[in-house]
Design a protein around this ligand. Sequence first.
Ligand code: BJW
Length: 253
Amino acid sequence: MLEEKIKEVAGILAPKPALVILTGAGVSAESGVPTFRGPDGLWRQFRAEDLATPEAFARQPALVWEWYDWRRQKIHSVEPNSAHLTLARWEKYFPFFVLITQNVDGLHQKAGSTRILELHGNIWKVRCTREGKVFENRQVPLSQIPPLCSDCGALLRPHVVWFGEALPADVLEEAFKACSQASVMLVIGTSALVQPAASLPLFARQHGATIIEINLEPTPLSTYADFSLYGRAGEILPLIDQHLPRENLEVKG
Ligand code: BJW
């Protein structure tokens, strides 16, 4: 049954339709990065309100930074998995390809993806709370918690989007635009619960895209998806890839 669906999905992708992808924490799970929800999710261990809101940071910046420092150490030591690597390869073969991610771990980039829209920021960037300047910071572990801005001495915060905060307007606009142009949208490893990211596949569908979901289990999107492939992203994506015509996957130039 899954095998048949995989072949059918490969048949849809073979003619290189305009392809938009939305990924969530599930795509990094096989690399060893914890997801947020579900049995082993971060929100089982920690309360989102204590760690991923601007109010929490205002109250206890050091606690929030301890948590991010711990996550940065975890992510630093892991590698992209076959899901990330397959998507990075596909970027070269689909003439219209946009990868939208909710993940902040940078593993898509580490796998080689370049056409990527980060909806929720990046854990390897920090932002000055006074001037808003963004800096790359890959120090693991951090030498000082909470870290301070080297330019002005103000508190730095993770350059990520917390609950109640607006997503970067330019990135969100590009994401909606890509969805309006998509012929096929693949939605991989997201619980499809967090807005506005969860609206993107519905928007693509309203604009005529075929929606293909890859997840371990049904999500609120499943009702609207044309295909739901249940299993690990790191196994299903390479299987789809294997069924694509090889001539489509030859490197150009
Ligand atoms: C596998 C797998 C394998 C596992 N293979 N699959 C409308 C309605 C209701 C509420 C709202 C609304 N609009 C806004 C809200 C509020 C809120 C929201 O959506 N709340 C809901 C939870 C109810 N949204 C916001 O607050 C957003 N802001 C906003 O809308 O602002 C409006 C505004 C406008 C103007 C001015 C001011 C405000 C911001 C949302 C920010 C989310 N931030 C986080 C933290 C990021 C930083 C960090 O990482 O520290 O983003 S929360 C967390 O959830 C993180 C994720 O990116 C995000 C989504 O999670 P994701 O990726 O789906 O992970 P999981 O764990 O939920 O799911 C994993 C899935 O993978 C599961 O389904 C597994 O089965 C699957 N899986 N292994 C395949 N191997």
